[in-house]
Write a protein that binds this ligand. Structure first.
Ligand SMILES: C[S@@+](CC[C@H](N)C(=O)[O-])C[C@H]1O[C@@H](n2cnc3c(N)ncnc32)[C@H](O)[C@@H]1O
Length: 298
C-alpha cells in the first residue's frame, strides 16, 4: 500500500493523516539549534513541528494553522511537548509578526492530505461532497458561491489565471449552462463534458486545474502568501533562516521572487530542493514539492 491509500483509510477513520514532505532537507537547511524559537506557519498535522522539536534540545515552536481540524490534530499529536509549543489558529498573513523573534520560520503551503482525502471538505473530485474548499471553515465564501454566483467571464479568468487552464472559456460556458451545481462530482462531470475526448482521457483528470484555481480563490492563497513573504523575514533574528515548500508554479514563482527581493534576506538555494526518487515512491505528493531557503543578514 502506498501512502496515498493509507491517507485515504486514515481520513475515512476520521484521523488527520499527512506525511511531511522534504523533512530531512527542511530540518538540515534550517540548522535548528538548542533553545531556538521557531515558527511553523502551516502546522497541519504537526509532522514538521515534531521534527523541529526533535532536532535539538529545548526548542520552542509557535505553530499556526487556519484550519481548526488541523490545529486540534496537531495539538493532540504533540501533547507530549505542550510546554514547548504555542498553537494559534489564524491565517499566516494575519499573524502579528514582531521584529527579530524567531531563529527560523517554515511554511509548507497549500492543503494537506487530510483535506484532499476528507470528502466533506469538498477539495477533491474523487469523492462526492458539497462544493466547499474552505481551509478556514469560519469564513463564508465557499466554492459553491464562486461556481454558482460569479459570471462566466470571471470564471474563465480564474481558471486561466490560477489553474493555467487553456480551455478556461469553454469550461466556464458549460458550468454556467449547467448551474446550479452543488457537488464536487457534478462540477467534475460538467468540466469533463466540455473538453475534447483527448483531454478527457489524458494524464490528469480534466477537472484538476479548475479545482486548483477554485481552491486558490476560495482561500485567497496567493494574496496570503504575498503578505507572508513581505512580513515574515523581519521576524527572523540575524542569521535566522526561512524555509518554504510550495507545490505549484504560481506559488513557487512568488516564493522565489519574494525571498530574492527581500532586502533583509540572502537566498541559500540557487535552485529549489526537490524530493529524491525514494521519497516520491513512498509519498507521491512529494513529486511536485519545491523547497527554497533564505537567511536573514547578520
Ligand atoms: C501541507 S499542510 C502542512 C503539513 C505540515 N507541515 C505537517 O507536517 O503536517 C498545509 C497546512 O497549512 C494550512 N494553511 C494553508 N494556508 C494557510 C494560511 N494562509 N494560513 C494558515 N494556515 C494555512 C492548511 O490548513 C494546512 O493544514
Amino acid at each position: 500500500m502506498n501512502l496515498d491509500s493509507q491517507n485515504l483509510l486514515d481520513a475515512e477513520a476520521g484521523m488527520f493523516s499527512h506525511i511531511p514532505v522534504l523533512s530531512r532537507e527542511l530540518i538540515a537547511g534550517l540548522e535548528v539549534h538548542p533553545g531556538g524559537h521557531y515558527l511553523d506557519a502551516t502546522v497541519g498535522g504537526g509532522g514538521h513541528t515534531r521534527l523541529l522539536l526533535e532536532a535539538a534540545l529545548n526548542v520552542q515552536v509557535t505553530a499556526i494553522d487556519q484550519d481548526g481540524d488541523a490545529l486540534a490534530a496537531a495539538q493532540k499529536s504533540l501533547a507530549a511537548y505542550e510546554d514547548q509549543v504555542k498553537f494559534i489558529r489564524c491565517n499566516f498573513a494575519a499573524y502579528e509578526f514582531t521584529n527579530g523573534t524567531f531563529d527560523g520560520i517554515i511554511a509548507d503551503l497549500g492543503v494537506s492530505s487530510y483535506h484532499l482525502d476528507t470528502p466533506e471538505r469538498g477539495f477533491s473530485f474523487r469523492h462526492a461532497a458539497s462544493l466547499d474548499m474552505r481551509m478556514d471553515q469560519r469564513q463564508s465564501l465557499t466554492a459553491a458561491d464562486v461556481i454558482n454566483d460569479w459570471d462566466e467571464g470571471e470564471l474563465a479568468e480564474i481558471f486561466f489565471k490560477y489553474g493555467e487552464e487553456r480551455l478556461s472559456r469553454r469550461i466556464a460556458r458549460r458550468i454556467v449552462e449547467r448551474r446550479p451545481l452543488h457537488t464536487t462530482v457534478e462540477l467534475a462531470s460538467a468540466i469533463a463534458s466540455s473538453v475534447p475526448p483527448k483531454y478527457r482521457y489524458g494524464r490528469i483528470h480534466p477537472a484538476t486545474r479548475v479545482f486548483q484555481a477554485l481552491r486558490i480563490v476560495v482561500n485567497d492563497e496567493l494574496k496570503s502568501l504575498e503578505t507572508f513573504l513581505e512580513q515574515a523575514p523581519n521576524a527572523l533574528l540575524p542569521g535566522g533562516r526561512i524555509a518554504i515548500i510550495s507545490f505549484h508554479s504560481l506559488e513557487d514563482r512568488l516564493v522565489k521572487h519574494g525571498l530574492r527581493n527581500s532586502p533583509s534576506l540572502r537566498v541559500l538555494t540557487k535552485k529549489p530542493i526537490i524530493a529524491e526518487e525514494a521519497e516520491i515512491a513512498q509519498n507521491p505528493r512529494s513529486r511536485s514539492a519545491k523547497l527554497r531557503i533564505a537567511q536573514r543578514s547578520e
